[in-house]
Design a protein around this ligand. Sequence first.
Ligand code: HEC
Length: 479
Amino acid sequence: MVKSEDFRVNIRYLSRFVFAVLAVVLLSGHRAPAAEAPAAPAPVVFSKDIAPVLVKNCNACHGPREPKANFQVTSFQSLMKAGESGSASVTPGKPEDSELFNLISSTDKDSRIPKDGDALPTEQIALVKRWIAEGAKFDGPNPQAMLADIIPHTAQPDPPAAYRRPVPITAVAFSPGGEELAVSGYHEVSIWNVQNGALLRRIKNVAERVYGLNYSPDGKLLAVAGGMPGQSGEVKAFDPATGNLVKELGSSSDVIFRAVFNPAGTKLASAGADRTIRIFDVASQKQEKLIEDHADWVVGLAWSLDGKRLASASRDKTSKVFNAENGESVTTYSGHGDQVFGVAFSADGKHVFTSGMDKRIHAWTTDNGQKSATAPPFDREVLGLVAVGDKIIGCSADGTVRQFRGDGLAHFRTYTGNTDSVFAVAYHDGSKRVASGSFSGEIRIWNAEDGAIVTSFIAAPGYVAPHPAAAPAPVANAK
Ligand code: HEC
């Protein structure tokens, strides 16, 4: 009968329970020798233990612009100030008198922080509590520094040993000699043989997403810009031959889209979702200029060949030219009337080419922002752009890569075969090769002299393509 079975189960369960309790009682009689008692845990370190939690979970709503409740979680100094409520966010030594602790540990879903999200993991709440109880100490060099900048750099997770799916390609770059192609991956940059598409090397310790790749003119450094949207951004420079990390040139609380060396290789300019452009001295790794002139993400950046000017492309629908020496804005171009993605200077520096949401490439005068030519339109937005000599090449969400003549932007050739949006394009003048990277994870390399395909491959190490008809759709997150 069901009932007696239930009963039997209960008895069995109960006796097991009693046994377990007894065991605990008996065993606890054996006192552990004093020497084995756990040592007091090491004090909580703000920069290492707390800042990463805050940057990851709070920045979206308590960042530098329009922070919720007028409470900023951008620096240690701002964190310690009360917001709208007027009650201290952190009272050193007293977690229970700290608004911040009370909100993250609240059991009331409506008042709990982070708002509209899951509660922080209990270990993290415990860490914050202990940090406050231990005096809410700051261990960094400067309490006004951005939290993202004081987090000690830790190695990024490894890329997958073998990809199970292709990942969208967001950046490609030819080595200065033209033999190798660097390609964005998931927590890595992979390096491929341009002739036959063979994988040569994998560079790890890279942000989850890579948006910008640029070789120094001497080929000794490969700058990698990337990050995690809304959370972190970084620019690292690696030795492309060994994959060793050589320099760290800036970090940010949001992704960095571009990092480009000046033609002399002495400076590196970066641009990102924090709307800024930064110029670093490569040798000292010091930030020399901070340009805050755009009202939205800066997604494109280029140096003039004489190294005196920088041109930007932004989601704020403008492209700007700056004096690279003093950081001052020289020209603003609003001719696209929509988001601008790609930007490049003409060889003589007198013109700027830009591409945008309006499906077109424009040419305009560097000094006065007057439009001089418009290319025949693509079918969709033009996401990337390179200009070398007379070759102006754009890549588009319509799946094509199209080349125009530098003078007048007449259509010259279309490089075909991509089956998905093309995010990235690169050109190597010495070998006359054009490379593109697409959402489907495919790299295509053509000969610019006749438009013929040289090689194509899926740039996902270890990936084994299933039968073509059964290929899975790529996803942004490969894991
Ligand atoms: C999704 C948005 C969001 C996120 C993420 C978020 N908050 Fe808030 N926070 C708010 C809003 C909105 C308020 C205003 C109070 C309210 O509406 O209850 C607030 C208020 C606060 C206050 C009170 C400030 C005052 O003095 O009035 C503190 C402290 C706070 N948040 C800390 C944090 C911390 C720490 C994190 C990260 C662990 C965080 N918040 C993440 C939206 C957010």
